[in-house]
Write a protein that binds this ligand. Structure first.
Ligand SMILES: NC(=O)c1ccc[n+]([C@@H]2O[C@H](COP(=O)([O-])OP(=O)(O)OC[C@H]3O[C@@H](n4cnc5c(N)ncnc54)[C@H](O)[C@@H]3O)[C@@H](O)[C@H]2O)c1
Length: 400
């Protein structure tokens, strides 16, 4: 079985890759029958020579391979007909900007496996960059707090080599006695927590966070049942929240009253209440002055996220009085960090972590007859058609 690691072709350039040289070595060790080829690239975080030195051929083309592995969307004219492809296609929510891509995948008789829908039997995603978004997002949030307050200035994450260097920079930062709130306990939330713990911040529980003052910085990590409550006052549960989100309202203002920096790392489900609205943000009870919105739903549950920001220019200002963008340094403005491709700032660690997950969870499926259905569930197209699981995308493909 021949696997090809393709060159990333999207702009702005993405340095990440599905398999690092060490992941390739690990695969070769476990599955000696695998042949791995690497398409030459001068933007990838691992250089061509890193793969060559590990014993993997680097070539101009990998179109002789059966299975092609990439990270971002492959431009239509670069898709090789008849192949099996793995990449993030960003089509499962019918994203209009990728309709042509899915149409081309079908026309070219490609079997598309989307990383986003590679799941275990329980529906849990098996390969994702979320942890790295959390790691970089936490760093960027604390950096944004320094820029907003004028108290310190630390380098951009992309200027530092890896996660440990980010933690080192944070450890050297003298944070004032602020309160940091984190929503979300999934992959992103755990990545953020890893950084806050790594820099030595003290975590406190909800009640302590809401009622006590401290002579050092603290953080509190909350989930849906803390920042939402049932409208009718009856007891809430996770299952009830996921099934009946319309029965809930936000209970976030009690946190916004005491929070200085808010890091959003939750998933936002359709129909759930806004966490804070534009009206909430003008309330005298709203004290947050820096928001690091890793979840980054535009015009979504975090009202100050009116657009995504970029790695080049990561922080903008939100004026709560007018609901419009402003200079983040302006008095009264909320500084917003809403970069939507955070893992790209840490391409080496993100690629190594992703490769480990891919090697552990996906590679065995090629050799065990896909006994756990991992490939089957992720296969979006076959023989020019959408598979049953993805048939809901037919109207999108048809341009309706
Ligand atoms: N900015 C970036 O670069 C970047 C990168 C990766 C992920 N993200 C975003 O971060 C968010 C969180 O991703 P994750 O991988 O941590 O997700 P996850 O599924 O691992 O965790 C989800 C968290 O949100 C909570 N949640 C609230 N409502 C939920 C609902 N209706 N369904 C499921 N969970 C719900 C869960 O309890 C959990 O704490 C997503 O919106 C994702 O798109 C952003």
């Amino acid at each position: 079985m021949k696997f090809g690691i393709i060159r990333e072709r999207k702009n702005p350039p993405d340095k990440r890759v599905v398999l690092s040289p060490s992941a390739c070595l690990w695969i070769k060790e476990q599955f000696p029958e695998v042949e791995l080829y690497v398409e030459t690239s001068d933007i990838r975080v691992f250089k061509d020579r890193d793969y060559e030195e590990a014993g993997f051929p680097v070539t101009d083309k990998v179109s002789h391979c059966d299975i092609l592995l990439g990270v971002k969307e492959v431009p239509v004219d670069a898709l090789v007909p008849g192949k099996k492809y793995f990449f993030f296609s960003h089509t499962i929510k019918k994203q209009p900007y990728n309709r042509k891509l899915l149409q081309a995948v079908l026309e070219k008789n490609i079997e598309l496996y989307d990383h986003e829908v590679i799941t275990g039997r329980n529906g849990q995603r098996l390969v994702a960059f979320g942890r790295y978004a959390g790691i970089v997002g936490a760093y960027n949030g604390i950096r944004a707090y320094g820029l907003k307050s004028g108290l310190y200035d630390i380098p951009k994450a992309e200027m530092l080599p890896d996660r440990l260097a980010l933690i080192e920079a944070l450890e050297k930062t003298k944070l004032p006695d602020i309160k940091i709130l984190l929503t979300g306990k999934g992959r992103v939330g755990s990545g953020v927590k890893e950084m806050l713990d790594g820099m030595g911040l003290k975590q406190v529980d909800c009640d302590t966070y809401l009622t006590r003052t401290f002579s050092y910085p603290v953080y509190c990590q909350i989930d849906v049942l803390e920042y939402n409550k049932r409208k009718d006052g009856t007891p809430a549960s996770f299952q009830d929240f996921y099934e009946n989100p319309q029965e809930y309202e936000s209970d976030f203002m009690r946190f916004s009253r005491v929070t200085d920096l808010y890091i959003a790392g939750h998933f936002y489900g359709q129909g759930a209440p806004a966490i804070f609205t534009r009206e909430d943000a003008v309330s005298p009870d709203f004290n947050i002055r820096v928001v690091a919105d890793i979840s980054c739903d535009i015009d979504g549950p975090v009202a100050s996220t009116i657009r995504a920001s970029t790695i080049a220019d990561p922080v903008y200002g939100y004026d709560p009085q007018t609901g419009t963008e402003t200079d983040f340094r302006q008095e009264g403005a909320i500084a917003v960090m809403a970069v939507d491709n955070l893992p790209c700032e840490l391409p080496k660690d993100a690629s190594e972590g992703f490769g480990e997950m891919f090697t552990e969870y996906v590679m065995p499926a090629f050799f065990n007859g896909d006994k756990d259905g991992i490939l089957e569930r992720a296969r979006m197209t076959s023989k020019g058609h959408l598979t049953d699981r993805y048939a809901y995308l037919q109207d999108y493909v048809d341009g309706k």
